[in-house]
Design a protein around this ligand. Structure first.
Ligand SMILES: [Zn+2]
Length: 142
């Protein structure tokens, strides 16, 4: 059974080109892991271990660089959970997240489920680009 979908590869190559990224073999392989299925949230460490399982040999540093390049190109959204942990979201549309602390995973919250009663004006000369809400949850103990 083939691990990759032949019909998807040219498509991902085109997506990378349109985002201004040269479709190197590594970038296409990582794009396949990221965008080959439904929308998902992934950390650099998770993607690194998935790459290893798929025999894509890349260092964790390369994973970080590629994730940041994809993010800068608008292909991924970065959701910072704390100073040391970020997730990359393949769904770049406007939405918020639950962060399940004891499972270290994110669950989407539709943008319409969060309402703000008041937001501060952006500082002089600045505009608000977006507002990220992370609602931290854990399993309720009985
Ligand atoms: Zn999300």
């Amino acid at each position: 059974m083939s691990r990759t979908h032949p019909s998807r590869k040219p498509c991902l190559t085109a997506v990378l080109r349109m985002a201004g990224l040269r479709p190197t073999r590594q970038r296409v392989a990582l794009a396949e892991l990221l965008f080959g299925g439904p929308h998902r949230h992934v950390s650099a460490e998770q993607l690194h271990s998935e790459a290893g399982l798929s025999h894509v040999n890349v260092s964790l540093a390369t994973i970080y660089n590629t994730l940041h390049q994809f993010h800068e190109a608008g292909l991924l959204r970065e959701v910072a959970v704390d100073a040391s942990r970020s997730y990359f979201d393949t769904d770049t549309s406007d939405h918020h997240h639950f962060y399940v602390e004891d499972e270290q995973r994110m669950i989407d919250i539709p943008a319409t489920d969060v309402a703000f009663q008041s937001l501060p004006e952006a500082p002089a000369g600045m505009v608000v680009t977006h507002v990220d809400v992370v609602v931290r949850v854990r399993k309720a103990t009985a």
